[in-house]
Design a protein. Structure first.
Length: 229
């Protein structure tokens, strides 16, 4: 497959990985290799946005994957998904000296992000309220609070908080699709699936590229390492 001049094109990233991988520690090798495999597959899924979003999310999951030690400690000690997101984002933002993540999301996708932040259907407390579960009462207040926090983070160029709030929303969308809470190709959630796929398709290559540029960072061994038979 021809390599594009775009440094974030999946095939260009794959070529970069081939050139650098001998210098990667094993945990980074696994994370990048797996994430790229799903990113490249997603690149061939232009029309089915539900499938494209899921493929991109798996690629993201491969990049930030929970480490093996925490998995062996048991679910109770592993921490929740939000904690893993936040730690991964903090690591990437520290590496991102040129503000590539911030520029990617706010120069290219500011409108899509604002739509997601304004969309109650990708806000977890709204659904807890619908189900009558604990934590759903007063969801409107927490909704406005989260949106205000995101706007402050944008003004302050606090990329970690922007990513945290944004991926809270994308995680709800991920759950709706993966856990059968949505109909395939449904018009009811088309906008958020479209915008979510666009955002992940933009951010995942940046995440992978930053990871490859920082092989000396402390990359924990991901869950499910390769085991020889």
């Amino acid at each position: 497959m021809p390599v594009s001049e775009n440094p974030l094109d999946p095939e260009t990233l794959k070529q970069k990985q081939r050139e650098l991988r001998d210098g990667f520690p094993l945990p980074l090798t696994l994370r990048v290799h797996r994430a790229l495999s799903w990113l490249r597959r997603a690149e061939n899924e232009k029309d089915d946005l539900d499938v494209r979003f899921i493929l991109l999310w798996i690629g993201f999951n491969a990049a930030y994957a929970g480490d093996l030690d925490r998995a062996l400690d048991g679910e109770g000690k592993a921490g929740n998904e939000r904690d893993r997101f936040d730690k991964f984002f903090a690591t990437l933002v520290e590496m991102d000296r040129d503000n590539r993540i911030y520029n990617a999301i706010w120069e290219r996708f500011s409108q899509e992000i604002r739509l997601l932040l304004d969309n109650k259907f990708v806000f977890a407390p709204f659904w807890r309220h619908q189900a009558g579960e604990f934590g759903g009462a007063g969801w409107e207040v927490s909704f406005e609070s989260a949106r205000a926090a995101a706007n402050r983070a944008v003004a302050q160029r606090n990329t970690s908080i922007v990513l945290s709030v944004l991926f809270d929303r994308l995680y709800v969308l991920r759950n709706q699709l993966v856990h059968g809470g949505a109909t395939w190709d449904s018009s009811a959630n088309r906008n958020q699936v479209r915008d979510g796929a666009s955002l992940l398709g933009c951010l995942l290559p940046v995440f992978i590229d930053l990871m490859m540029d920082n092989p000396d960072a402390e990359w924990a061994m991901p869950m499910y390492p390769v085991v020889e038979e």
